[in-house]
Structure formats: structure tokens, C-alpha cells
Design a protein around this ligand. Structure first.
Ligand SMILES: Cc1cc2nc3c(=O)[nH]c(=O)nc-3n(C[C@H](O)[C@H](O)[C@H](O)COP(=O)(O)O)c2cc1C
Ligand code: SF4
Length: 372
């Protein structure tokens, strides 16, 4: 843990870390893409004690890069966590781990003991198991769950950086966001190199979970701004034999669906907003001419229906209603659009806001697939 050592003996100061974060342009990779440096400053500006929470819930369908970090680079990930904790002077670190990752739980528990014995963990590190609810990946639901309550998202503001875990200022980061830190802080020019790695004017790199009809599905370290076609060709080994690219999900279940004719667009935070889509947590799912897109959309909406926590009516009832409407042989475009608007306007959290993205994408980008 060379970088952590440098931070501990002040060769790498807090200001230097913040400057490097600024220069790297690193954004939160759990989905929202909030600039990391701004979050650190906001949390550190609050009076202590503060907490550091690692969001290892990884529930977004099509996203598995956090598991890869924990499986293949566990100590690098933990070093990133300890660097962030050091920078905000956190009282304790809390890791909220998806329960479906038992190997990661075992490895984390062992590593935490090792770090303690080696004197590297200067603050308590708590490992907590999620209970399989997608909504507990949402940061405020996660905090509720960590505090021992049902995982209902909180109203924001206040944001966790002000009032977070146990009412204390809390820095919450996705596993991958932390994974990047040792690299970004590891050399004087590393932050600038990270920033410059993007394509088409986009900043940085990220771990893309690539799945679906490609030859080599898996986690790929790709430049921001890469296109879906480049991802498939350069990293995915091309399409599987007998499959022709028909569509892709740029950001897991929530990020919408785009047709093959739009496979040359840069994938980056904000780059797909005008199409009603987003890259979110970087899970790219490739669909082919042999996939039934309408059935895929039904499946995604059923997922949101099942995972809605039920706290607010537009999402709880809206997802149920939508799933029913989609089962009809002919879709009521006007009603589905109105329902989507009501859910986007009236839901508390991102699940309700994004649940209809697959439907809206299909209506907008694949008119021939939908029987009006
Ligand atoms: C419904 C929903 C589910 C989410 N699930 C996850 C998740 O599984 N893992 C994650 O890191 N972020 C998830 N997020 C994003 C978190 O709320 C939060 O933005 C993130 O943990 C912040 O870390 P980052 O700044 O490093 O991205 C989810 C958000 C929503 C709205
Ligand atoms: S939008 Fe859905 S998931 Fe989010 S709080 Fe409301 S009911 Fe729960």
C-alpha cells in the first residue's frame, strides 16, 4: 500500500489528493457520475466525526465490475477506501456488500483482519451484508439499512455528505470509484494521464461490464467516450457467430435501449441525455437480431416492479400498472407515456425516475418493434 503510506506520512497531502482528483476529473462510478473532488470537499467541510461508506451492493442488472475489483484487486480497492477515509478524516469505514457475493465476503473479512494486524487500518472497518434488495444500492436506502431499518430511500436534501450515517457527514463511494484512487494518486502525472485517456473529448477511463451477444463478455478497462461498436470490436471480440447487432443497453436496466444505428455514439456521463438514455454504472448489454426486444423491455419493467421498495405511490403503483400494460398485445403509447411522466415527476428516488426508460426507449427508437 505504497500510496497509502505516502498519505500517512504526509508526502501525499490532502490538498495534493484533492488537486489530483480535480485534475483526473474522476466521477462517481456507481451511476450518478457526481464529481468525486466536489463530494470530498463538501464532506470535509462538515464538522466531524465523519464516516466513509463503500457501496458494494452492485445490484444494477448487467453490472459486475465491482465484483471484479473485489475478486482481482481487493487490496487496491481497500487502499482506495483507506485513502478516501484518510482524506476526509473518517472515524470509521463501512462496507455494504451485496449478499450474493459470498466469495468477496470471505476475502474481505480475511483482508480486514490482515490490514488490522499489519497496522494499516487506523480506523475501524465494518463489513455489513445486504439482504438482496436492489434499492439498498441507492445511497440513502443503504444508510437506512446500515442503521438497521428497512431500506427506504430518504428525501434529499439533506445529502449524505451533510447528514449521513447515524446523522453524521458521510462520504459514500462505489467500489470502482475507490479502486481508481491508488492509480490516480500513484504518480505525479497519473491524474493528468487518467484524464487524457478518454476518447472524443471525454475524460478518463472506467471499467465496463460487457455482456450479451459478444464473444468475450467480461469487465474491460475502457476509455470514456468509447462507442458501443468499438467496445464490441476492440474488447468484446466481436459479435457471437450468427448474431447481428440489433440494440444495446448503454447503462444496465435503468439506462434505456439504443438501436444498432446508434452504436457509434460516445458512451460517457451526459452524452446520451438527449436520447433519454445514460451510461450509469457502465453495464453495456449487447442484444442481437435473435433477441426479442419487446420481451426484454417487459422483463426489465417487471424487475423494477419487483424491486420497487413501495414507499411512494407513483413508483409502487406505476411499475405494477406499467407491467400490466406491457403485457397487452397492443401497447397504449399515450397512456404509457403519461404514466412514465407521472412516475418521473412524483417518485422519490432514481428507481422510480428510471423505471420507464426501457419503455420510452423502445417507443422512441424502435417504432417498428412496437405494435401501436
Ligand atoms: C435505485 C438505485 C440503485 C443504486 N444502486 C447502486 C449500487 O448497487 N451500487 C452503487 O455503487 N451505486 C448505486 N446507486 C448510486 C448510489 O445512490 C450513489 O450515487 C453511489 O453509491 C455514490 O457513489 P459514487 O459517487 O462513487 O458513484 C444506485 C442508485 C439508485 C437510484
Ligand atoms: S421511487 Fe420507488 S424505489 Fe424509490 S422510494 Fe419511491 S417506491 Fe421506493
Amino acid at each position: 500500500m505504497r500510496v497509502l503510506d505516502a498519505a500517512r506520512d504526509d508526502r501525499l497531502t490532502r490538498d495534493a489528493m484533492l488537486a489530483a482528483l480535480d485534475a483526473s476529473g474522476l466521477r462517481g462510478l456507481g451511476g450518478a457520475g457526481f464529481p468525486a473532488a466536489r463530494k470530498w470537499r463538501a464532506v470535509f467541510a462538515q464538522p466531524g466525526p465523519r464516516h466513509l461508506v463503500v457501496n458494494a451492493d452492485e445490484g444494477e442488472p448487467g453490472t459486475f465490475k465491482d465484483r471484479w475489483c473485489l475478486q482481482h484487486h481487493l487490496y487496491r480497492t481497500l487502499e482506495g477506501m483507506l485513502l478516501a477515509a484518510h482524506a476526509i478524516d473518517a472515524e470509521a469505514c463501512w462496507i455494504y456488500l451485496r449478499d450474493e457475493y459470498p466469495e468477496a465476503r470471505h476475502d474481505l473479512a480475511t483482508a480486514i483482519v490482515t490490514l488490522r494486524q499489519a497496522g494499516m487500518a487506523l480506523r475501524p472497518i465494518h463489513l455489513r451484508r445486504g439482504a438482496g434488495a436492489y434499492i439498498c444500492g441507492e445511497e440513502t436506502a443503504l444508510l437506512e439499512s446500515l442503521e438497521g431499518r428497512r431500506g427506504y430511500p430518504r428525501h434529499k436534501p439533506p445529502y449524505p455528505g451533510e447528514v449521513g450515517l447515524f446523522g453524521r457527514p458521510t462520504l459514500i463511494h462505489n467500489v470502482e470509484t475507490l479502486w481508481w484512487l491508488p492509480e490516480i494518486f500513484g504518480a505525479p502525472d497519473a491524474a493528468a494521464r487518467f484524464a487524457a485517456a478518454g476518447r472524443r473529448g471525454q475524460v478518463g477511463r472506467r471499467l465496463v461490464s460487457l455482456s450479451g451477444r459478444v464473444r468475450n463478455p467480461g469487465v474491460h478497462n475502457a476509455p470514456a467516450g468509447i462507442t458501443a461498436r468499438e467496445l464490441i470490436e476492440e474488447f468484446g471480440g466481436g459479435m457471437q457467430t450468427g448474431h447481428r447487432l440489433a440494440a444495446y443497453l448503454p447503462g444496465g436496466a435503468s439506462g434505456g435501449i439504443l438501436p444498432a444505428t446508434m452504436a457509434d455514439l460516445p458512451l460517457a456521463f451526459g452524452s446520451l441525455d438527449h436520447l433519454g438514455c445514460f451510461v450509469g454504472s457502465g453495464g453495456v448489454v449487447v442484444l442481437s437480431d435473435q433477441d426479442d426486444l419487446v420481451e426484454a423491455v417487459r422483463n426489465l419493467v417487471r424487475f423494477f416492479r419487483d424491486e420497487s421498495c413501495g414507499q411512494c405511490t407513483p413508483c409502487r403503483v406505476g411499475t405494477q400498472k406499467a407491467a400490466g400494460l406491457l403485457d397487452a398485445p397492443h401497447w397504449d403509447r399515450a397512456l404509457l407515456t403519461e404514466l412514465a411522466q407521472a412516475m418521473a415527476d412524483g417518485s422519490i428516488c432514481g428507481l422510480g425516475h428510471a423505471a420507464m426508460n426501457p419503455v420510452l426507449s423502445l417507443l422512441r427508437h424502435f417504432p417498428a418493434e412496437v405494435v401501436p
